[in-house]
Write a new protein. Structure first.
Length: 316
């Protein structure tokens, strides 16, 4: 994912959510709708989440230090994980509590035009934000389905914004349905049910985000496509005859560590092996530019050694 594309989507979502949060809270003050209160907290939490994503992107650009020799690229994963926690606790749990209280103590909605007008405005603003996130995602997701893109993306910002905006739009529709039913029946119970549904939706989205960002925090390998590119570039059939085993690890969304034990001709001199390794590193970086840290260990191919370790790329 390009950093500029992710930042554009985050800023669009931040601007939309700040405006929507203020509008929803004003509507709550005039109407007393619990859906409006839950939705205003939801939008406020989303605004905080986008601020966290921007902060994570900025901190991840810090230069490597002796204490952190591989840099700070994973800070983007940490802040994305914090987003899922905020969405779960501040957004989801608050909405469930507010919905329960409204169901337990229902009261009619006053000044109905405030919540309805604000919800229509919010739907328009969230649609703009969601459209921006879709446009930026389409530039990088290639042939992946939306589910595959969310699950496989190494840069967390666009999947987070996509899921947040989707949840916001569905939540707004639930709030509009709850308010409409309360107005039609004169029973505030429907407003509480709508609020409760919003809370459940936010918690489900938070759990999905937490699972995906947790996987990134633990450390994911390169995509299968990048692994194939690296394997094809590494083996030239002359100075490097095969890969004995290889490991890859994302140090950040655009930083990849490659470590491999490679087979070299058994009659090569030390100088020839060093030249072969330098050439192999150049080929890897040309084939996969995000391969920033490369460690290659030369060895003589022996069948028992080749049988050790996990499965290797299909080229082997």
């Amino acid at each position: 994912m390009s950093a500029s594309g992710g930042t554009k989507a985050i800023v669009a979502a931040l601007c939309a959510n700040l405006a929507i949060a203020v509008a929803k809270f004003v509507a709550f003050l005039f109407s007393g709708s619990s859906s409006m209160l839950a939705e205003s907290v939801h939008s406020l939490a989303d605004s905080g989440n986008q601020a966290l994503l921007l902060l994570g992107g900025r901190r991840a650009r810090r230069a490597a230090t002796p204490e952190h020799p591989f840099g700070y690229g994973r800070e983007r994963y940490i802040y994305a994980f914090l987003v899922s926690i905020v969405l779960f606790s501040v957004g989801g749990m608050f909405a469930i509590y507010e919905g329960y209280e409204k169901i337990k103590h229902p009261h009619p909605i006053e000044a109905w035009y405030w919540p309805v007008g604000v919800l229509v405005f919010a739907i328009i603003a969230e649609t703009f934000s969601f459209r921006t996130a879709i446009t930026e995602s389409n530039q990088v997701r290639g042939a992946l389905s939306w589910t595959e893109f969310v699950r496989r993306a190494k840069a967390p910002e666009l999947p987070v914004v996509l899921l947040e905006d989707l949840g916001a739009l569905v939540g707004l529709l639930l709030a509009l349905l709850g308010v409409s039913l309360s107005l039609a029946t004169g029973d505030g119970l429907w407003d509480g049910i709508g609020t409760l549904c919003i809370g459940v939706l936010l918690i489900l989205i938070a759990l999905v985000l937490a699972a995906e960002t947790k996987s990134l925090l633990l450390g994911e390998s390169a995509t299968l496509d990048d692994q194939r590119k690296i394997a094809d570039a590494l083996v030239d059939g002359d100075s490097v005859t095969r890969i004995i085993h290889m490991r890859t690890l994302h140090l950040g969304p655009e930083e990849l560590l490659v470590a491999a034990k490679i087979a070299v001709p058994n009659d090569d001199t030390a100088a020839e092996v060093a030249t072969s390794i330098d050439a192999a590193e150049r080929r890897i970086r040309a084939a996969c530019p995000i391969a920033r840290v490369i460690y290659l260990e030369p060895d003589i191919y022996r069948t028992p050694a080749a049988d050790d370790g996990p499965p290797r790329p299909s080229r082997l």
